[in-house]
Design a protein around this ligand. Structure first.
Ligand code: NI
Length: 169
């Protein structure tokens, strides 16, 4: 298993749209292994293939609270079928947006369809935290970062901070 490099804003690859996986073959299985170990090492609760420079529709996530009861989930070609209500995610963060957190308006409930790594169709009814994590990761597959969903003012402040940091280097 390899630890992959996580792309960070303003890397332009992060605004790419992922392509649907057509064949869950050995290369995809390897990518899933590498994505999982990269996510746990970071550590993060979710990772989308786009974040590691791979334009395929794959996400991995694990919202268990401790290392002892790890529960890895793999979702291939996920699609949000329906969504209801609104919730505010409290201080959402992202491995691709270092040193920044913000509240984000999200749907409170979503119905997601996709496949697991054995090509078994999945249908997930997600509420609360899981719903937020899935919306965040599925956004990545559509080239959207959580900072694209906050106010223009807040986003502007973050972008200026990053620009400053990059020109100092
Ligand atoms: Ni993220």
């Amino acid at each position: 298993m390899a630890t992959l490099t996580i792309l960070t804003y303003p890397d332009e690859f992060l605004s790419q749209t992922a392509k649907p996986v057509e064949n869950i073959d050995g290369a995809i299985q390897n990518m899933i292994e590498d994505m999982s170990s990269t996510m746990y090492k970071a550590p993060g609760v979710g990772l989308a293939a786009i974040q590691v420079g791979f334009d395929q529709s794959i996400i991995v996530y694990d919202i268990s609270s401790s290392d002892e009861n790890r529960s890895l989930h793999v979702l291939i070609n996920p699609k949000i079928i329906s969504s209801e209500g609104t919730t505010i995610s409290e201080s959402e963060g992202c491995l691709s947006v270092p040193d920044y957190r913000s509240d984000v308006k999200r749907s409170d409930f979503i119905l997601v369809e996709g496949f697991d790594r054995k090509e078994k169709p999945l249908r997930i009814e997600a509420h609360g935290h899981l719903a937020v994590v899935l919306q965040h990761e599925i956004d990545h597959l559509n080239g959207i970062l959580f900072i694209d969903r906050i106010s223009t003012l807040k986003r502007g402040l973050y972008k200026r901070r990053i620009k400053k940091m990059l020109t100092k280097k």
